[in-house]
Ligand binder design. Structure first.
Ligand code: NAD
Length: 467
């Protein structure tokens, strides 16, 4: 049920009233609550995963990844937060600045709204909630209307451990999300480009910051010196994991001519061998099946060949003879499809990979590390995995940042906690005469003194200093 805007207002107001006390705790105390919460997550792992499986249709192995992922984030950010949030005293930039005591403190946004999609309900909600809580913010999570249960149960755990009530959840569709955006001080959004744009507009109206993690159309490039078997295994997992419902799914593959036939034959055999219910879950959002069918039908009607395809058209699908302008190559499919294109050389591969409005991440396979890195540096995407797939998601020290229409701002990495803070400058006079040279009253004598002092300090060379 979608809550009314009034009930979202009530939830946010309650969080806002409790946040100052949470911010006032030392970071070590906030980290202690997070560590108790980590223990609670382990103790409730099976129950939360059962909820995830029921509402998303994920296979057990995939549901089993979400809690360990959050726990890694709790451990990593809790360790780093004290250093990241520590007060800083910058060196004075000049002689006059030496007369002031300078301090930079990190002050959290009061209430952060975390709005999330249905493909990784727990992982994506808590991945952002954890650093925001460590920063000292209160957090309201708005999970997808398709998958509210696991997130609601996980947020209930925060209350169960007796932590200060600075984490809450509101459920409902886009209207609830809209009400969250209208109330909070910072929006952390994960979802489609369309909703991301609407949120950016609403945030601009309120002049509040938003960070957007949006869709993708990730390209994989297989160079002629690649380990073809590892590349094929990576392509199949990269395209089919979570039933292809990942922002960073491998959605198009460009293979150099010399290894194309071998790659396609391995990929075809491996996809055909995937076991429904064990390797492959179901579509969480049935509307996505229609998108996939539309993309595959469009490709087939324009001359592509389906090397693997289920009868219903909603199972793992491998497409060859694909043209770069077909829908399956330009629009996010968010389903288990793997279109493969033969390319002349790496230059053509890079050009085609970059011909996209998306720029989330990409994959390059080559046995030559320098060649692969050279290609990676020419790809317009926020992350590139070499001889690997999704690896950047599991390396928490690295930022996740979609380029082009794939996002705005970053998640994770060294900014994960500090991005939820505003730097506050505090400056105090060290010497306190009755008045400063620049204060009232303005007199010719004080004006001349000011000119002389500023020349002495700012000019270079005897003539300009004393002229
Ligand atoms: P969506 O944009 O339809 O919905 C996402 C969330 O936004 C939901 O909670 C929804 O209720 C809410 N929402 C809808 N309209 C809103 C509005 N006007 N104001 C505020 N909130 C609103 O996306 P989805 O279908 O749930 O998820 C799939 C998309 O998410 C795909 O495009 C996928 O690529 C993307 N995604 C991106 C990442 C990433 O990290 N870049 C990760 C996972 C998924």
């Amino acid at each position: 049920m979608t809550p009314t805007a009034e009930s979202v207002t009530r939830v946010v107001a309650a969080l806002r009233s409790r946040q100052p006390e949470w911010e006032a705790l030392p970071i070590s105390a906030r980290a202690r609550w997070l560590s108790r919460y980590r223990d609670w997550l382990w103790d409730n792992q099976s129950r939360l995963e059962a909820l995830l499986i029921a509402e998303t249709g994920k296979p057990a192995v995939e549901a089993g990844l979400e809690i360990p992922y959050i726990v890694q984030a709790i451990n990593y950010h809790s360790r780093r937060a004290p250093r990241v949030l520590a007060d800083r005293r910058p060196r004075p930039h000049g002689v006059l600045a030496m007369t002031k005591r300078q301090l930079i403190v990190q002050r959290p946004y009061s209430v952060v709204g975390v709005i999330t999609p249905w493909n990784f309900p727990l992982g994506l909600s808590l991945l952002d909630a954890v650093p925001a809580l460590l920063a000292g913010c209160a957090v309201v999570v708005k999970p997808s209307e398709l998958t509210p249960k696991a997130v609601s149960a996980a947020v209930a755990g925060w209350a169960e451990i007796g932590a200060p009530q600075v984490l809450d959840v509101v459920c409902g569709d886009g209207r609830a999300g809209n009400a969250v955006v209208a109330q909070v001080d910072f929006v952390q959004f994960t979802g489609s480009v369309r909703t991301g744009r609407a949120i950016a507009r609403a945030a601009a109206d309120r002049l509040i910051p938003c960070a957007l993690e949006l869709g993708g159309k990730d390209a994989m490039i297989v160079l002629d010196d690649a380990d073809v078997t590892r590349a094929a295994n990576a392509a199949v997992w990269g395209a089919m994991a979570n039933c292809g419902q990942m922002c960073v799914s491998v959605e198009r593959v460009y293979v150099e001519s010399a290894v194309y036939d071998e790659f396609v034959s391995q990929v075809t055999a491996k996809v055909a061998a995937l076991r429904p219910g064990i390797d492959m879950g179901r579509f969480t959002n049935p509307a996505q099946i229609e998108v996939m069918r539309r993309h595959v039908d469009d490709a087939l009607s324009r001359g592509a060949t389906a090397l693997v395809r289920s009868h219903g058209g909603d199972g793992p699908t491998v497409l060859a003879g694909v043209d770069h302008h077909m829908l399956c190559m330009t629009e996010e499919t968010f389903g288990p499809t793997l279109p493969v294109v033969r390319v002349r050389d790496e230059h053509e591969a890079v050009r085609l990979a970059n011909e996209s409005r998306y720029g989330l991440s990409a994959v390059v396979f080559s046995r030559d590390r320098h060649r692969a890195e050279g290609v990676a540096r020419r790809i317009d995407a926020g992350a590139v995995n070499i001889n690997d797939v999704f690896a950047n998601l599991f390396t928490l020290a690295l930022p996740q940042a979609g380029w082009k229409e794939s996002g705005l701002g970053t998640r994770g990495g060294s900014e994960a906690v500090s991005k939820f803070c505003r730097p506050q400058a505090i400056v105090a006079a060290r010497v306190t005469p009755a008045r400063e040279l620049t204060w009232y009253p303005y007199t010719p004598l004080r004006g001349a003194a000011m000119r002389r002092v500023s020349r002495l300090i700012g000019a270079r060379g005897f003539r300009r200093r004393f002229g």
